[in-house]
Design a protein around this ligand. Structure first.
Ligand code: ADP
Ligand code: MG
Length: 262
């Protein structure tokens, strides 16, 4: 971890603790059960990104995708939880999707005070965060809704925050809006160490992946999470593409799975 900056000294001790009581359908790994390995997929993702971290300074990670509902928040939250299960790996999950924030719902906490409230100078940083009791996980909900998300993200404070946070957190995971629908994630990627792209089988098109990649002004993509794959599906590199060209390409993975089971 980088040397602790004076500005954030003592921050962790001031953060209010919350129990882990996620919504029943939030699909979150349990961060309090450090003895349970997270699902194989998130463990693999964790291992790969930790390997990259050991090779390059990779602490702040934007999780994004081309379009809505591809699993950005799902991947960001579970990646953050999987990281926090490692001893000594303080992890922050920050909701930078001011347009459709969801982290507070997943963790069943108030949306405010949160990130926007901090950026607008309404609360000190520690009040914008909640620490999940008995874990290495801190969540920062989005905060009050704002009319001008992009303007807020352009503030110098955002860049400063992302520079400072790694002095306290091994991983800072940023949930974000879709690349093709707002400039927010692109902007965030320029001030973060890496970008993790999520695509969803049966939902994301090749064209939107191409356009999303082209939209990034700073190419720091560290990997692509293929969400909604059936186990074993990815062993064939053609299966993924094949899914697109079969009839019913608009069906989501769950529907396809149900059909496959029938
Ligand atoms: N792998 C998955 N399996 C089952 N449901 C999923 C999966 N990934 C995402 N979902 C569900 O799909 C919906 C959209 O996911 P979300 O992470 O909110 O998307 P995004 O953040 O990209 O808009 C949510 O209801 C989420 O629980
Ligand atoms: Mg989301």
């Amino acid at each position: 971890m980088v040397e602790q900056r004076p500005a954030l000294k003592g921050l962790l001790e001031q953060i209010v603790e919350i129990p882990f009581h996620p919504l029943a359908d939030s699909l979150l790994i349990d961060p309090t059960r450090t003895h349970d390995a997270p699902s194989e997929e998130f463990r693999t993702l964790r291992t790969r990104l930790n390997h990259m971290q050991s090779q390059q300074g990779l602490h702040t990670l934007v999780v994004t995708s081309p379009s809505p509902a591809e699993g950005k928040s799902f991947a960001a939250a579970n990646f953050a939880i999987a990281q926090s299960q490692l001893a000594g790996s303080m992890t922050l999950l920050a909701d930078f999707d001011f347009r459709r924030p969801i982290v507070h719902n997943m963790f069943n906490v108030e949306r405010s005070p949160g990130l926007t409230d901090y950026l607008l100078g309404k609360v000190p940083l520690h009040e914008a965060m909640r620490k999940v009791q008995g874990t290495n996980l801190v969540v920062m909900p989005a905060g009050e809704s704002v009319v001008n998300p992009l303007e807020l993200l352009n503030l110098r404070e955002v860049g400063q925050l992302l520079e400072d946070l790694p002095s306290l957190f091994n991983w800072v995971v940023l949930d974000s809006p879709p690349l093709l629908f707002a400039a927010d994630a692109n902007l965030l990627s320029t001030i973060s160490d890496g970008t993790l792209l999520v695509v969803r089988i049966g939902h994301t098109t090749i064209d939107s992946i191409t356009r999303a990649m082209q939209s990034l002004s700073h190419d720091n993509v560290v990997g692509i999470v293929v969400n909604g794959a059936r186990r074993g599906e990815l062993y064939s590199k053609y299966t993924y593409y094949h899914t697109y060209y079969t009839p019913g390409e608009d069906k989501d993975a769950e529907e396809q799975e149900r059909e496959a089971d029938n």
